[in-house]
Design a protein around this ligand. Structure first.
Ligand code: FPP
Ligand code: MG
Length: 327
């Protein structure tokens, strides 16, 4: 599955020559933003940026924008793309505090390395830098799009905490959480792109939203399927921290033994892994992936008619990438 995923390089080529150069500029900007705060914050900020990730949200933004028509527009796009990655990184650092996660992208998390206070401060730093960067454009609409997405992320995270340990939550509620905590940032990447480049009638935000939900479905599937050597995260983390996701919701409906499990009784990683195995046997992972594929297919079909062929093809590849990944 992951072996057939289009890589960021391939996607950049599909998007046009300008994409590689812009992604390089985003990377430089990210390195600059993470330094200059003295130890130990600088060390953690740099480590977070250096741990990489696919830079999927910046790539999505740059592809949605199309080739910039001026240096000014290009600079604004690079700042906005770096800002969205900084926000994403900040949320993951904070998320690992809340989830008490030890591993991310195959590396120890900041909270595991340095404790809660340092991890919260690192996330705060990255978050503040993102807004400092995006306000340089002087366009209040861009700032509003990013800040609305951040509010949604925080609301989604709060809903998830409110739903903690509650195995009765509905699919609707689960999808609402996915939209808030993940899809709204994808949506913002698309909407900011068309705002910065002055294409207000090009409606790409619904595409971003749909692939964002699909992304979260896959993420939740991978939490159950692992293996952690490929995902870079510990298997069963969601179950251990009481987060009820679609694989469990589906499996509970067909397997009474899974339905009877009280998540609070899972007292070790090994017990959580054996529940993961049982969920996998129920067919719930295939169903979760099928739901993600369906969303991706609808997202591709819903791309606006006025989109040029090159951008369409590249965005279709991004959508496919979201459901063909391991981490
Ligand atoms: C990862 O989910 C977490 C998110 C997508 C959002 C986290 C949001 C916050 C912590 C609140 C908002 C914070 C800011 C700075 C705006 P996951 O736990 O399902 O994914 P994982 O498996 O990668 O940990
Ligand atoms: Mg998490």
């Amino acid at each position: 599955m992951g072996d057939t995923a289009p890589q960021t390089g391939e996607l950049a080529v599909a998007g046009g020559e300008h994409i590689g150069a812009l992604l390089g500029a985003v990377e430089e900007r990210l390195q600059l933003e993470a330094v200059g705060y003295g130890e130990p914050l600088q060390q953690y900020g740099e480590a977070t940026i250096a741990a990489g990730g696919k830079r999927l949200r910046p790539l999505l933004m740059l592809l949605c924008a199309g080739p910039p028509s001026s240096q000014e527009q290009s600079d604004a796009l690079v700042r906005a793309a770096a800002a969205i990655e900084l926000i994403h990184s900040a949320t993951l650092v904070h998320d690992d505090v809340l989830d008490e996660a030890d591993l991310r992208r195959g590396q120890p998390t900041i909270v595991a390395l340095a404790g809660r206070t340092a991890a919260v401060a690192t996330g705060d730093l990255l978050f503040a830098k993102a807004f400092a960067l995006i306000t340089q454009d002087g366009d209040p609409r861009t700032v509003e799009l990013l800040s609305d997405a951040c509010s949604a992320l925080a609301r989604g995270e709060l809903l998830q905490r409110a739903d903690g340990w509650n195995t009765q939550i509905t699919r609707e509620r689960y999808f609402e959480r996915c939209e808030l905590k993940t899809a709204r940032l994808f949506e913002a990447a698309c909407a900011i792109a068309t705002n910065v480049t002055g294409q207000p009638t090009l409606q790409l935000a619904p595409f971003g939203r749909a692939i964002g939900i699909a992304f979260q479905l896959l993420d939740d599937m991978l939490d159950v399927s692992g293996p952690s050597e490929r995902t870079g995260k510990q298997r069963g983390t969601d179950l251990l921290d009481g987060t009820v996701t679609l694989p469990l919701i589906i499996a509970r409906a067909s397997d009474p033994e899974i339905a009877a499990v009280d998540l609070r009784s899972l007292d070790s990683a090994a017990v959580a892994e054996s529940l993961c195995d049982r969920i996998a046997k129920s067919g719930a992972l295939e169903e979760t992936r099928a739901a993600a594929l369906q969303l991706v297919s609808e997202a591709k079909l819903g791309l606006p008619a006025e989109l040029d062929d090159r951008r369409r093809r590249a965005l279709e590849m991004v959508a496919d990438n979201v459901v063909a990944r391991y981490s």
